[in-house]
Design a protein around this ligand. Structure first.
Ligand code: ADP
Length: 425
């Protein structure tokens, strides 16, 4: 029976959490959206439902999250984890507050924590203030985010207008006094009527203390960092294997391909290195808008004649000035959707007609489009390539293994596209 049931508000964030759970020894399965039927999960410790609820209107985000909770409940999960971004991405209306309120009510519970800290990725919280890469959240670039601009680093203040419940703080000084002191403080906050406590965390030891103090809460809300502490606590209790390889996957098979739709700085640098090594096809955005399916067919035909034992690279990614030019001509949304659709079509042809069995995708939205096009329902989470990016595996209806790595644009070191294959072999 799965122990931990997780609801993630976006796809690459779900994979990031799933990877953390695997590192903590939990055999983890990620599903895309809420499955319509129960799944066989006899050998699974953690289930992660990937939603796309971060920028939905709050009522829709709540509805989706409650559906996910009900499904996880039916699968037998005992503790629930609402996962959001470690930069607490939300607007004045939500969705972190409304979803937390609804999940607490559905679980008949009156208290939970909010712990975005992820020290390994340089997200820390001190006295309730969130720092990203060492600077306050509202100076980190997140103040310019197009959908969820973050103009205040004080998370107690940020969360208050989003929730009906009183918000408090579980501070660093308490955490440093250990698990018993932290549990005692949680009891005090509850007695004082606090419904959600923002948690400090500046290093992994804080996450371990928090994990041990929160292991009996029906619901936790967090970035992926808290999974480190929770899995430690579950292992201590013997509810997870003390050792063993939760990341072991079936042997990879088939040809290798990279599909890139991210224009983030980290991805552009990774592509520069990869282009020197692999045959590559540039899916030029302006040409795609004009020629549409003709260019998609050309990319597919090009891939078919490449050497089967070499990775092929098909990329739409471009530097900012080119992106701006094509967006001005055709509209940003239209171009983005056309490229996502094209890469989805290409993924389908490569996997189902050209025997690609190892596929690396860049970009959060792009990954979502590819996974939808491939009709992948569930992913078993495997070894980590870089923080936040594991290999995953889906088994098709034909029993064939498909290895997938879904990389959020800015994740991964510069040699990501080379070392990824080594992590799978
Ligand atoms: P990231 O994780 O880096 O944000 P996403 O895949 O989420 O990557 O978003 C990138 C968006 O940019 C996608 O909608 C993609 O289709 C679009 N895109 C990719 N290449 C180009 C390009 N050359 N011009 C304009 N838009 C592009």
């Amino acid at each position: 029976m799965p122990l931990i049931g997780c609801i993630a508000d976006d796809l690459t964030g779900a994979t990031d959490l799933a990877s953390m759970l695997v590192q903590g020894g939990a055999r983890t399965l990620q599903v895309m959206g809420v499955p319509s039927a129960p799944l066989e999960t006899a050998d699974i410790d953690a289930l992660v439902v990937a939603l796309k609820s971060r920028s939905l209107p709050p009522t829709e985000a709540v509805r989706e999250s409650l559906r996910a909770l009900a499904w996880l409940h039916r699968q037998g999960c005992r503790q629930f984890y609402f996962k959001y971004c470690s930069t607490f991405d939300s607007t004045a209306e939500g969705n972190i507050g409304p979803v937390t309120d609804a999940l607490l009510a559905a679980l008949d519970s009156d208290f939970t924590v909010a712990c975005p800290g992820y020290p390994e990725n340089r997200r820390t919280v001190f006295n309730g203030y969130l720092f990203a890469d060492g600077v306050p959240l509202n100076e980190s670039g997140m103040q310019d985010h197009p959908l969820t601009p973050m103009n205040d680093a004080n998370l107690v203040r940020v969360l208050k207008p989003q929730t009906r419940r009183p918000v408090g703080l579980l501070d660093y000084a308490t955490l440093r006094r250990g698990v018993a002191a932290t549990r005692a403080r949680i009891a005090e906050l509850r007695t004082a009527g606090i419904g959600i406590a923002i948690c400090d965390s500046i290093d992994d030891a804080d996450l371990e203390t928090l994990g041990r103090a929160c292991v009996d809460l029906p619901l936790v809300t967090a970035g992926s960092g808290l999974a480190l502490g929770l899995t430690t606590a579950w292992r201590d209790r013997g509810a997870l294997p003390a050792s063993g390889d939760a990341a072991s996957l079936l042997p990879p098979r088939g040809r290798r391909a990279i599909l890139s739709g991210s224009c983030s700085r980290a991805t552009l640098a990774q592509l520069q290195q990869a282009r020197a090594l692999y045959p590559s096809f540039h899916l030029e955005a302006g040409e795609l808008m004009e020629r549409g399916n003709g260019l998609v067919a050309e990319a597919i035909a090009w891939s078919a004649v490449q050497h089967a034992d070499q990775a092929v690279l098909i990329s739409a990614s471009s530097p900012p000035d080119e992106v701006r030019r094509v967006q001005e001509r055709f509209g940003g949304l239209a171009v983005g959707e056309r490229i996502e659709h094209a890469l989805g079509e290409i993924a389908r042809a490569l996997v189902y007609r050209q025997d690609v069995g190892q596929l690396l995708v860049t970009g959060g939205e792009t990954s979502g489009a590819v996974v939808r096009a491939l009709k992948v329902g569930g992913l078993r989470i495997g070894p980590r390539i870089d923080p936040g990016v594991p290999w995953t595996q889906a088994i098709g209806d034909d029993g064939k293994v498909l290895s997938l790595a879904l990389k959020s644009g800015n994740f991964g070191s510069v040699d990501f596209m080379v070392k990824a294959w080594e992590a799978l072999a």
